[in-house]
Design a protein around this ligand. Structure first.
Ligand code: 5GP
Ligand code: ZN
Length: 114
């Protein structure tokens, strides 16, 4: 999708620190980390918000969760704890309209979130 920064990262037109990639998803370090571990897991497919996902995206959405689990292990936060966040629309804090799962870890998190 033209003008989408995450499509441009996926296409390697915009530089990022990639942590994992395969034929369906790319994971890279957030440019403005909110925790010692802050990775964004994005599908190569441009889906603006979770509201736009359809039944055929079921496996892709599941894959994003399993990539997060694998990275959490690799980055040594699986046991201490990590948080997965998927902001949907502006009221929830979404600022980039290409779905992405935040993997946050390496510090203590509070509940409820702010
Ligand atoms: P959202 O607020 O949409 O849930 O999260 C968007 C995230 O993308 C933010 O945490 C922001 O720091 C990150 N981000 C925005 N633009 C870029 C970029 O060009 N590169 C990287 N690595 N992260 C970005
Ligand atoms: Zn996109």
């Amino acid at each position: 999708m033209e003008g989408c920064v995450f499509c441009r990262i996926v296409a390697k037109e915009v530089q990022s620190k990639i942590a994992y990639e395969d034929e369906e998803v790319v994971a890279f370090h957030d440019v403005n980390p909110q925790a010692p571990v802050h990775i964004l897991i994005v599908p190569r497919k441009h889906i603006p918000t979770l509201n736009d996902a359809v039944d055929e995206d079921q496996a892709l959405l599941g894959k994003m969760m399993l990539v997060a689990q694998k990275l959490a292990r690799e980055l040594s936060v699986a046991d201490s704890g990590y948080r997965l966040v998927l902001n949907t629309n502006r009221g929830a804090g979404q600022s980039v309209f290409h779905i992405h799962l935040h993997l946050l870890g390496g510090r203590l998190f509070h509940w409820p979130p702010g």
